[in-house]
Design a protein around this ligand. Structure first.
Ligand code: CP
Ligand code: NVA
Length: 332
């Protein structure tokens, strides 16, 4: 039997393939129970600290609503308002929060921050996004992929187009490798992930019977794909001075209607972790677009708004999969 009680998830390396599948099944059960109105709370009297050193819409609300649905309480700690980082070290923060809370979620910059929290808090720690990893996003993505095809994960072809060093891209590569997906990371060579990471992902794919290909050619990378995934070209915390170079390098990797057509799969779906730069409606989007004379970044508005787009299903599933993680690790 699979038992995740007390487990931290700092990266997908903290979960075996069977444990990922278990969380996906639990998330599907919890989703049906919530929609059916017969959800049973398994987190009563639990308290969860939510630390956000970067902004969030989905991850924060996902954790909050998952906790409330299950009877737990949360404390949101934003970039200001606590001593974290400037006046109190992560090690001391961990020892304090571990005495008060049953679990801790952390979103921020360095992966070492979640590691320190785990080491010194003594309670389960969940990575809610760091510069290199976004494991809870991938749980939602795998759940969504299962909902939108009749295929087993191990029969799916998934292509990520864009920045190969993006936290979501790297976590998706690792998650795909673990569950046996045929995964292609299509990116300019200047943005390929480092060799140690590639070797690690390949070893995981070899174990699961999956495939991992690092490619530069969009046409062959998307051919036969069941899912086309992309993310922003510049992540939170990266310097805006990199925009010019990223736009130059990544424009050929934008998800357009032609890219969708080049899959030659009429059922192909478009995925994005969100937020997305698909038009110039936002303040940042408008500013960057004007400066560089473009009207979208990683995906066209046409694709984003098309029937192929399942981005809001992914967003909803963030909550169901986070709930599964909470129930499995600290639930009764
Ligand atoms: N996808 C995701 O993590 O979104 P937020 O930044 O809104 O949490
Ligand atoms: N790569 C993006 C993902 C946001 C959910 C970022 O880190 O900003």
């Amino acid at each position: 039997p699979i038992n995740l009680h007390g487990r931290s998830v700092l990266s997908l390396d903290d979960l075996e393939a069977e444990e990922i599948r278990h969380l996906l099944r639990l998330a599907a059960d919890l989703k049906v129970a919530k929609l059916g109105g017969y959800e049973v709370p398994r987190l009563t009297r639990k308290n969860i600290a939510l630390i956000f050193e970067k902004d969030s819409t989905r991850t924060r609300t996902g954790f909050e609503v998952a906790a409330y649905d299950q009877g737990a309480h949360v404390t949101y700690m934003g970039p200001t308002g606590s001593h974290i980082g400037h006046k109190e070290s992560m090690k001391d923060t961990a020892r304090v929060l571990g005495r008060i809370y049953d679990a801790i979620e952390y979103r921020g910059f360095a992966q070492s921050a979640v590691e320190t929290l785990k080491t010194y808090s003594g309670v389960p720690v969940y990575n809610g996004l760091t510069d290199v990893s976004h494991p809870t996003q991938i749980l939602a993505d795998l759940m969504t992929m299962r909902e939108f095809t009749h295929k087993h994960l191990s029969d799916m072809v998934v292509t990520f187009l864009g920045d190969g060093r993006d936290n979501v891209a790297m976590s998706l590569a690792l998650g795909a490798a673990k569950v046996g997906i045929d995964f292609r990371l299509v990116s300019p060579t200047a943005l390929w992930p480092d060799q140690a990471f590639v070797d690690h992902v390949k070893s995981q794919a070899w174990k699961s019977g999956g495939k991992f290909a690092l490619m530069e050619h969009v046409g062959s990378g998307v051919l036969g794909a069941d899912f086309i995934y992309t993310d922003v070209w510049l992540s939170m915390g990266e310097n805006e001075s990199a925009w010019a170079e990223r736009i130059r390098l990544l424009s050929p990797f934008r998800v357009t209607a032609q890219v969708i057509e080049a899959t030659e799969n009429p059922y192909v779906k478009f995925m994005h972790c969100l937020p997305a730069f698909h038009n110039t409606e936002t303040e940042v989007g408008a500013r960057i677009a004007k400066e560089y004379g473009i009207d979208c970044m990683e995906v066209t508005d046409q694709v984003f708004e098309s029937h192929a787009s399942i981005v809001f299903d992914q967003a909803e599933n963030r909550m169901h999969t986070i709930k599964a993680l909470l129930v499995a690790t600290i639930g009764s």
